[in-house]
Design a protein around this ligand. Structure first.
Ligand SMILES: *[C@@H]1O[C@H](CO)[C@@H](O)[C@H](O)[C@H]1NC(C)=O
Ligand SMILES: *[C@@H]1O[C@H](CO)[C@@H](O)[C@H](O)[C@H]1NC(C)=O
Ligand SMILES: *[C@@H]1O[C@H](CO)[C@@H](O)[C@H](O)[C@H]1NC(C)=O
Length: 336
């Protein structure tokens, strides 16, 4: 073989390799962009319901008790579900701090705007600051979307807040087919979420659904400076059970009263997502289904806000811990 012929052969091989790489990446892109969303929920552990599956919600619960608070009462208790006797597709319960008036305002004006068959309420405790206490009172009279319990709103009380949400849904909105628990610094692509629930899951609801960003083999934090530090008295084991990151948890209707019942009789642990979607979910035997593929990654946030929705791909949940500005930016970039 001459020198030039060998060069030619090498070039040919190189071209073949490049061609193969291109084909694979094109195929990959084709696959990932045309497969429907449900298929992207890997390892489905729940069942979807049809028109013949009647769901009967049984609530066995002491209304005046919240875990170990014996004189629990709702200070404010709106009833947005009463106008949907046959059921609402989605009830969103947003864990919010009384101080975060601005976050609530943004959610009301963006993704939480009253959409057909979707309602949003904010879960609050009581502020110890009189000014804030009165602001919340005015706000709840104006918007009617605040569910407030008679416990002090502090970080260590966030499990009370989550369980209060389960209690409120069980007693006052039992016909909602799906319940999304989220935080006030999160953006939800609510158009896409409703399409996803009604078309890719089922408009009749589901059973045994707890879907979220699933966390496995997480260690209980013992270091002094961690925000999430827990003592061995609070939590004796080294690892947490598999649980859901608390910023976006999708429950099916049947799961909520079951989790409530269990949480009511399980000793209090202050990290609510570990407690409710880890310890209690394990007790009722409901597996957690991951929806990681439905989350917009921080990189994709940039693609979305700079180049537009086609570049970010479909998503339902934005990343957590967003600033108000970021929530507005992302919402603006989402098509209806
Ligand atoms: C829904 O109803 C169908 C028909 O009666 C039944 O075969 C199916 O098992 C039910 N699904 C659930 C989750 O109960
Ligand atoms: C109470 O809240 C108001 C409004 O946010 C704030 O200006 C004030 O400093 C707070 N008071 C105390 C004692 O923290
Ligand atoms: C949580 O709320 C209860 C009831 O209001 C209160 O007694 C308790 O002190 C609060 N917890 C903390 C850590 O402040």
């Amino acid at each position: 073989m001459s020198e030039s012929q060998r060069e030619k052969n090498e070039m040919l091989t190189l071209h073949k390799i490049l061609f193969t790489i291109c084909s694979i990446s094109l195929l990959y892109k084709y696959y990932t962009t045309t497969v429907p969303t449900l298929v992207r929920i890997k390892d489905v552990k729940f069942s979807v319901l049809g028109p013949y599956n009647t769901t009967k919600i049984v609530v066995e619960d002491n209304y005046d008790q919240l875990i170990d608070i014996k004189n629990f009462a709702f200070k404010v208790n709106p009833q947005p579900c009463e106008s949907y006797p046959t059921g609402l597709l989605l009830m969103v319960i947003v864990s919010s701090n009384p101080n975060n008036l601005e976050n609530r305002k943004i959610i009301r004006n963006t993704w939480g705007r009253n959409l057909d068959s979707t309602k949003v309420v904010f879960l609050l405790g009581e502020s110890e600051n009189v000014t804030v206490y009165n602001q919340v009172k005015d706000e709840s009279m104006k918007y009617g979307d605040i569910v407030q319990g008679n416990f002090i709103d502090v970080y260590r009380n966030m499990t009370y807040k989550h369980v209060m949400g389960l209690k409120w849904v069980s007693h006052h909105c039992p016909t909602a087919k799906y319940i999304l628990k989220t935080d006030d610094d999160v953006v939800v692509n609510s158009h896409e979420l409703r399409r996803f629930l009604a078309r890719e899951l089922s408009p009749w609801g589901a059973r045994d659904l707890i879907s979220c960003q699933v966390l496995e083999h997480a260690k209980a934090q013992r270091t002094e400076k961690s925000k999430w530090r827990v003592t061995t008295e609070e939590y004796p084991l080294k690892y947490y059970p598999t649980y859901c990151a608390g910023w976006a948890i999708l429950y099916s209707q049947d799961v909520v009263p079951r989790l409530l019942k269990t949480a009511q009789s399980t000793p209090y642990f202050w990290i609510d997502d570990v407690h409710i979607t880890g310890v209690c979910a394990q007790k009722i035997g409901v597996a957690r289904t991951t929806f990681t593929s439905l989350i917009l990654t921080p990189n994709k946030v940039n693609l979305l806000t700079m180049l537009g929705p086609d570049y970010a791909g479909p998503f339902i949940f934005g990343p957590p811990d967003l600033s108000s500005e970021r929530i507005k930016e992302i919402w603006k970039a989402i098509p209806e």
